[in-house]
Design a protein around this ligand. Structure first.
Ligand SMILES: *Cc1c(COP(=O)(O)O)cnc(C)c1O
Length: 423
């Protein structure tokens, strides 16, 4: 595979951006090589600066459930552009998008539009704290909730003590109120509540974890979180930035039948534009300014162009509800091909990860047991056969409605013939 042009662009980019990238997941650090520069994308395909064509299973890390450059979305965006890119004032589209969201996420009685998942989560946590007048939050090891200071905590074993930030530049004091629990481990949550339950404002969780690779919740785990938060008067936040509109049109909360107090959405809800949402029970959201004392604002929040993309995406999903059964069927085919190749797979709907480990992956520790060098070999093999997947073991493979049966069959054929080590 020739990547001369990408390499040249990468050298130029590296003079401007740290690591040549605008988000570290795009760097190929953990798999070797240099990132590909993408020139265009359509449907299930992306094309790089050297003219290489790939079947894309990154799908912009989740937003493109309808594939790249879906005509309904691009049409809506073009039309909206002609009437103004941003007003910094109210417009009708905001109401339409809010209506669509609440129709499928009835637990989001009130909501706010923001610009990124990071912002949505940061704001939701602030509202939960303002509502409960409590400071502490519980998050799970291996769950990612964006890059705001207090949530950049993952590792560390100090379950009952304040946590150590993952990133330098985060003062220790900013994460002192972040308590860490283990995904799928009820006891780790119970002991945090037993110790400090009346000071815990919220529990935030990815209802199906997808940022340590895909790790589904064990039977009853989400129900357990629902009941323990209720018992202690803490807010349960589902971070559905990935799962929202993906596991089904009603997200993980409909898929698993568990209703949180607050929800964050991102990725799909913006149709490929920068847009995210937080919302929840009316009494919590009424704490947000200008109704309440929890401050949160945004110059470009509810941006008309992004809103029109989000509306178009959700309307498409409403029009073709069979998409979700199709995604399930296609993803199951890929899962079967991975198993045929001797790989261990976690899958939840159209999110899946092949883990290079001999352990069942149920939490952060077992995910970390994966052999990242073996994954790198797998990644390079797929790339060289025209399949673009995440350049990291700890990410999901995203299947979209634009992946045709022949795309899926070709993908399965290639995966099932993988001969690398670490199987
Ligand atoms: C991607 C993601 C975020 C962060 O969203 P950005 O738009 O990248 O800021 C937060 N939570 C989850 C679960 C995500 O997958």
């Amino acid at each position: 595979m020739i990547t001369k042009n990408s390499e040249k662009l990468y050298r130029r980019a590296s003079g401007f951006m740290p690591g040549g990238v605008n988000s570290p997941v795009r760097a190929f650090r953990s798999v070797g090589g240099t990132p590909l520069f993408i020139e265009r994308a359509k449907g299930s395909r992306i094309y790089d600066a050297d003219g290489n064509e790939f079947i894309d299973y990154v799908c912009s890390w989740g937003p493109n459930i309808l594939g790249h450059a879906h005509p309904s979305i691009t049409e809506a965006v073009k039309k909206t552009c002609d009437t103004g890119l941003t007003f910094g004032a109210c417009h009708k589209g905001e109401i339409r998008l809010a209506e669509l969201i609440r129709r499928h996420f009835p637990s989001m009685e009130m909501l706010r539009l923001v610009n990124s998942g990071t912002e949505a989560v940061m704001s939701a946590v602030r509202a939960a704290r303002g509502f409960t007048h409590r400071d502490k939050i519980v998050k799970f090891e291996g769950c990612y909730h964006g890059h705001s200071d207090g949530l950049l905590v993952r590792g560390g074993s100090g379950l009952l003590t304040g946590s150590v930030p993952d990133s330098s530049g985060v003062p220790r004091g900013y994460t002192d109120t972040t308590l860490l629990a283990r995904y799928n481990d009820r006891r780790s949550v119970e002991s945090l509540f037993a110790c400090d339950g009346r000071n815990i404002a919220c529990v935030i969780v990815e209802p199906c974890a997808a940022n340590m690779g895909v790790v589904p919740p064990s039977e009853g785990f989400l129900q357990f979180l629902r009941s323990i938060t209720k018992r202690y008067g803490a807010v349960l936040i589902f971070d559905e930035v990935i799962t929202g509109f993906r596991l089904g049109i009603g997200g993980a909360q409909a898929y698993y039948g568990v209703t949180p107090d607050m929800t964050t959405l991102g990725k799909i809800v913006g149709g490929g534009m920068p847009l995210a949402v937080y919302g929840g029970r009316r009494e919590i959201m009424e704490c947000v300014a200008p109704l309440g004392s929890v401050y949160q604002a945004g110059t470009l929040s509810g941006n008309p162009v992004a809103v029109s993309a989000g509306i178009a995406a959700i309307e498409e999903l409403e029009k073709a509800p069979e998409i979700y059964d199709e995604l399930e069927r296609k993803s199951a085919m890929i899962e079967a091909a991975m198993k045929e190749a001797g790989l261990r797979v976690n899958r939840c709907g159209s999110l899946l990860t092949a883990f290079f480990t001999n352990e069942d992956v149920t939490d952060y520790n077992s995910a970390k047991s994966a052999d990242t060098a073996a994954y790198a070999e797998y990644f390079v093999y797929l790339l060289e056969h025209g399949i673009y997947t995440a350049p990291s073991q700890f990410e999901a493979m995203f299947v979209s409605a634009a992946h045709s049966d022949s795309d899926i069959e070709a993908t399965c054929e290639i995966i099932s013939k993988f001969q690398g080590k670490g199987r």
